[in-house]
Design a protein around this ligand. Structure first.
Ligand code: C2E
Ligand code: MG
Ligand code: MG
Length: 821
């Protein structure tokens, strides 16, 4: 309480009022006087404010001091009240005192005013002290003890000086102080220095405004801090200004709040977050969600996560996801989603199902992060680990890996594979004289040339330095052919690397040495394989560089022969080394119907070479095309020649057509054109096809055969019975003749099942309205069997071997011609 006396003064005479104020001042009483002149103003001021003293004029025009006095005392106020008036007589004065006035001062006797005021204030102070003591002692029934003791928190009641008047037992228990100690303490003693100011300000607010709250740490005697929420309300009790309130422990709530704050912070983390209800309706997303997906919260809330679907996952994928959410309440994995802008991106997604106490799923919480960047990093790391940094080719590690795979695969395929070890000749010299940068430029260029030399399924790797390895996959099933194929690639590489390089403006000439080893079905280990290719490569170096060598010496030899053969074959046509042999086809009575022309190569050094030795090579190199054309033309010329002689004009010639030849786009045209050019009757010509040739592409075969058939050309199915022997295709082909393969004929009388096949083929031909001929007939017994079972036409040594035209024509003269046909 400050020393300024707050006085409420009811007075209608302003002059009197001034006089009184002056008097109080002259008495040494510092006053703050609020002057009111009527009932309304008095009552409202009296109710709203607290005054140290009330002065009442007795006679007012519409009010009076007695009524005001009674009003104040009715309000149970203990504020000292002094009546000031003109004469009201002894009786009036007694009545005032009875009604509760502290004193009565005559306007005419104002010299008493100071004494009266001082006495009234003293009485009030004594009364207050007495009351406070009563409250402290608990004799005052202001509070119900049961009530304050049953409060969950601490209870306190202190006056505007901070003197504790009442508190509950909890206060003592929680603070750790005894009642004596608390009685001497100030409320601010229970707070940390840092919080004292805040608490004091809130207490002040209670006394000024009526109530306030504060949250602060309550400091116990032990030093233990507990977060408390305090309330305070001003009460005026018998004129005492006090604060009554309770404090509750908010440690738990604070903790919960703290957790909520953590959760909220976590929700706004780097990860995209999405909360859906049990029906997958999105309830909430965070800002990272927006950052990653491009969708604002209001664009997705209320929808399902399907808005993010990229369409990259099938129903099975989601089925599994839901299954694991149901069983484990959890799923995580990589998923491709679509951003608002349409980009599809990979994200790592965790989904947790949130269940209520009964185990029923109420929400799903999904958190995800965009793994586009880490995927790119992963790929980069992989690239560093498995690829050569200079050339970007697979490195030794990846090569081994590919080889292992190839090994695993090769167990299932009968094909051969080849490993080529490519080493640049004199690379070291280049490096030493022109510098490493120059060497690097060469290696990069070599790498790209190597890659250009292989098929897509093959692999080029750099082992380091100037060593490269080429892995050729799935070559031929035939070792010799596989070797030839890898040699072709090797030669291609040698050629490509012998072309000039332009390095940094300089022209550079280089070459390489290649070692090749073939493998199949895990015959040797990867290391052994590399070693073999390496060994072969050193042999290539020893052989003078810019060349290739095979690991297997025998293979090497075969290849050399083949290489020579190919070289010679290219010259054979131009140098007229081919010759046609003629072998007659006869009726059982010995009449000659036709002849098959069979190709021979008269090699200048090696003599006569059978077709089996060079036809496959001619096929592979494409030389069969001009060779086949030569056979056709030679046969046509012969037919033309025979036309002029009545003894020979009935003869037909059969020629063998190879697959590559037949599959030529212009095959039909070139046959037709040749026949026209030689003006030969097309039905004198028999084209022998094989089953495999026809079955390569049966529709193409049918078309081509029909086209030629339409001008009269005849077709014979050679080596019949050795192929696929599907009846259905036979009926679709416009064939004139089936030619029973010589292997069956050979076994007549030897192998019963083959004899049965011969009979079957004959029956089949008869049923389909085709002619039938047996080839390789060598014995009279075979001939007899064939004739007996309905095949009277034969070809074989029994009648005549394939011979040059001169000999054949000589033979013609010795046998009877079948002039009936
Ligand atoms: P092919 O068409 O089945 O020819 C029949 C083969 O059987 C011929 O072998 C012939 O000499 C042989 N031969 C004939 N009668 C007998 C016999 O009684 N006993 C035995 N053991 N063999 C007999 P050649 O001349 O060595 O021809 C082999 C194959 O070369 C031919 O089989 C044919 O597929 C192919 N060929 C021959 N000439 C040509 C040609 O000009 N072009 C094409 N593309 N292939 C040809
Ligand atoms: Mg033939
Ligand atoms: Mg044949």
């Amino acid at each position: 309480m400050n020393d300024l006396l707050r006085i409420l003064y009811l007075e209608d005479d302003l002059l009197d009022a001034e006089l009184i104020k002056h008097k109080l001042q002259s008495e040494g009483l510092d006053c703050d006087v609020t002057l009111v002149t009527g009932k309304k103003a008095f009552e409202s001021k009296f109710n709203q404010e607290i005054y140290d003293l009330v002065l009442l004029d007795f006679n007012l025009p519409d009010y009076d001091g007695m009524s005001a006095l009674k009003y104040a005392r009715r309000k149970r106020s203990e504020t000292p009240i002094i009546i000031i008036s003109g004469t009201i007589g002894e009786e009036g004065a007694v009545e005032c005192l009875k009604a509760g006035a502290n004193d009565y001062v005559l306007k005419q006797g104002l010299q008493r005013l100071g004494v009266a005021v001082r006495r009234a204030l003293k009485e009030k102070a004594e009364y207050t002290a007495r009351r406070e003591a009563e409250i402290i002692a608990g004799n005052e029934k202001l509070f119900s003890d049961t009530m304050i003791e049953s409060l969950p928190g601490i209870f306190y009641f202190f006056n505007d000086q901070g003197k504790f008047l009442r508190w509950n037992r909890n206060f003592g228990i929680i603070s750790g102080y005894s009642d004596e100690e608390i009685a001497r303490m100030h409320p601010l003693d229970f707070f940390l220095d840092g919080e004292k100011q805040l608490v004091a300000q809130r207490i002040g607010m209670v006394f000024e405004k009526g109530d306030s709250t504060v949250e602060a740490s309550f400091v116990a005697k032990s030093g233990k801090l507990t977060p408390y929420f305090f309330t305070g309300r001003k009460v005026i009790y018998n004129g005492l200004q006090c604060l009554v309130g309770i404090g509750v422990d908010v440690a738990e709530r604070k903790l919960a709040e703290h957790e909520l704050r953590i959760a909220a912070t976590a929700f706004e983390a780097q990860e995209g977050m999405m909360v859906t209800d049990a029906n997958q309706i999105i309830l909430r997303v965070n800002s990272s969600f927006t950052k990653i997906t491009g969708y604002m919260p209001d664009e997705v809330i209320g929808k399902t996560p399907a808005v993010l679907s990229s369409g990259q996952h099938d129903a099975e994928f989601f089925k599994n996801m839901w299954k694991s959410l149901k069983t484990d309440s959890y799923w995580h994995g990589e998923i491709w989603n679509r951003r608002k802008n349409g980009d599809v991106y990979p994200e790592w997604l965790n989904i947790s199902a949130v269940s209520d106490a009964d185990g029923k799923i109420t929400h799903y919480v999904g958190s995800f992060f965009d793994v586009t960047k880490s995927k790119a990093a992963e790929e980069k790391i992989e690239h560093l680990a498995f690829y050569d940094s200079l050339t970007s080719l697979p490195n030794r590690v990846l090569l081994r890996d590919r080889l292992q795979h190839t090994y695993a695969a090769s167990a299932r395929y009968p094909n051969h594979y080849a490993l080529l070890f490519v080493d640049i000749d004199n690379f070291k010299i280049l490096n030493d004289t022109k510098g490493h940068n120059f060497g690097d430029l060469l290696l990069v260029e070599v790498a790209s040339r190597l890659q250009a030399s292989i098929r897509e399924i093959d692999t080029v790797a750099r082992l380091g330095g100037d060593e490269f390895v080429v892995l050729l996959e799935k070559l031929s099933t035939n070792a010799q052919e596989a070797a030839a194929m890898s040699e072709v690639v090797g030669e291609k590489i040698l050629y490509s690397l012998s072309q000039p390089f332009w390095l940094d403006g300089y022209e550079h000439h280089s070459s390489a040495s290649i070692g090749i080893s073939l493998f199949r079905k895990q015959e040797v280990s990867v290391d052994e394989l590399l070693k073999r290719s390496d060994t072969a490569m050193y042999q290539a170096k020893a052989a003078g560089r810019n060349t290739l060598r095979f690991y297997d010496p025998a293979m090497q030899e075969l290849l050399e022969i083949r290489t020579l053969l190919e070289r010679d074959l290219r010259r054979a046509l131009a140098e007229n080394q081919f010759q046609l042999y003629y072998q007659m086809q006869v009726y059982h009575n010995g009449h000659i119907l036709a002849a098959e022309v069979l190709l021979r190569w008269l090699h200048p050094e090696r003599g006569l070479i059978a077709p089996i030795e060079f036809i496959p090579l001619a096929e592979e190199t494409g030389l069969i095309i001009p060779i086949g054309q030569w056979v056709l033309e030679t046969a046509c010329a012969q037919l033309k020649d025979w036309e002029s002689d009545k003894n020979t004009r009935y003869l037909r010639l059969a020629i063998n057509v190879s697959a590559r030849q037949f599959h030529q786009k212009n095959f039909v045209d070139s046959v037709r054109e040749t026949l026209l050019r030689y003006r030969v009757d097309p039905d004198r010509l028999d084209l022998e096809l094989t089953e495999s040739l026809v079955l390569d592409n049966i529709d193409e075969a049918i078309d081509k055969m029909h086209a030629l058939k339409s001008i009269g050309v005849r077709f014979s199915m050679d080596d019949f019975g050795t192929g696929y022997s599907s009846l259905s295709y036979l009926t679709r082909l416009p064939l004139d003749q089936l030619k029973i393969d010589q292997s069956f004929v050979h076994n007549i009388g030897v192998k019963q099942s083959d004899a049965v096949i011969v009979q079957t083929i004959i029956g089949m031909a008869n049923n389909l309205g085709m002619e039938v001929i047996a080839e390789g007939v060598e014995t009279e017994a075979q001939r007899e069997f064939l004739e007996k079972h309905g095949c009277p036409v034969c070809q074989g040594f029994l009648f005549g071997k394939p011979v040059p035209i001169a000999e054949f024509e000589a033979e013609l003269k010795t046998v009877e011609l079948d002039l009936d046909r």
